[in-house]
Design a protein around this ligand. Structure first.
Ligand code: SF4
Length: 302
């Protein structure tokens, strides 16, 4: 127990005592200031947990929650703690792509699966020395075996660093499909496309900073998980109201005012005011029409 007056509070060596909030929001991937200030980005999910709960378990419940409320994203930018292979597979089954770096760093000098060229359908096309395999075999329990001609491997300058092992007839590379998926992700992380897409994740940092400055979310005057969670959701609604009002001001200043968009934002503000006493359950209805087809980014709060 961290605090006798708040038995729900947890402890994390990184985050300290208390709680952390899992937050998901939509984002605009344009550098154009005019487009940015006219785009309504909203917080679509807030879940408060004791500080000791791992972030790795937060992603799938967040996706399920947004799906239930009709706000499911097609794509999520998440930091590496959320991007485990298990989460990626479950999210894929839900029709969501997770854009996240892989955990851990490959062993220095040694070559690994990500140094082998893969085909689009997840097979090995060539080894680091450029030799094509002579056989690819997928066995039971998602294991794979790729054979390379020993003639090339025996004289290869990379053989000390290469993960292939000599067998009776050939040299073999053995791995399972999970390792192959992680290797493919590791390779993709170095592409300009991944870097361009993933750089938008850092925007969530300013959301946390803004939530703290605008609403004081880090200094709540309540105790207990339920009360803290309730307050955090109210604060998120407050931030969404600020955002909606800001976009509305920009749109109102334009002549002629884009009637449809402006009307949607006005209706959001009116609905939030009306339903402030039961905020989160109404949130999906309120924001659903405004954020359909947007993409979201997710990470944990301190
Ligand atoms: S040891 Fe064999 S498989 Fe490994 S890089 Fe060299 S030729 Fe390719």
């Amino acid at each position: 127990m961290q605090n006798p007056s708040d038995p729900d509070a947890g402890y994390s060596g990184h985050k300290g005592q208390g709680y952390h909030a899992q937050v998901m929001e939509s984002y605009c991937d344009s550098e154009d200031e005019q487009i940015k200030e006219r785009t309504l980005n909203l917080i679509t999910h807030v879940e408060v947990e004791p500080a000791h709960i791992s972030d790795a378990h937060a992603l799938i419940p967040a996706l399920e929650s947004t799906k239930e409320r009709g706000l499911a994203p097609e794509e999520v930018l998440a930091d590496s703690l959320y991007g485990s292979d298990e989460n990626g597979e479950k999210a894929r089954d839900m029709g969501v792509e997770i854009i996240s770096p892989t955990m851990g760093t490959p062993n220095g000098e040694a070559l690994n699966l990500s140094d082998f060229t893969q085909t689009e359908n997840g097979k090995i096309a060539a080894c680091p020395q450029g030799y094509a395999p002579v056989r690819f075999k997928q066995g039971k329990k998602n294991t794979c075996s790729v054979a390379f001609d020993s003639e090339g491997c025996n004289v290869c300058p990379l053989r000390e660093r290469c993960p292939v092992k000599p067998g009776r007839k050939r040299h073999y590379l053995r791995f399972d499909l999970k390792t192959l998926r992680i290797a493919a992700r590791r390779t993709r992380e170095h592409t300009p496309e991944f870097k361009e897409k993933y750089r938008w994740r850092s925007g969530i940092e300013s959301t946390f900073s803004g939530m703290d400055k605008q609403t004081g979310i880090k200094h709540l005057r309540v105790r207990g998980l339920d009360a803290v969670g309730y307050c955090a959701r109210l604060k998120a609604i407050g931030v969404n109201l600020f955002r909606a009002a800001r976009v509305k001001r920009v749109l109102d200043a334009l002549k002629p005012v884009p009637g449809v968009v402006s009307a949607v934002i006005c209706s959001i503000i009116a609905d939030v005011k009306e339903h402030l006493l039961s905020p989160w359950h109404r949130l999906s209805d309120i924001f659903k029409s405004a954020i359909e087809n947007m993409r979201y980014t997710v990470r944990s709060a301190v």
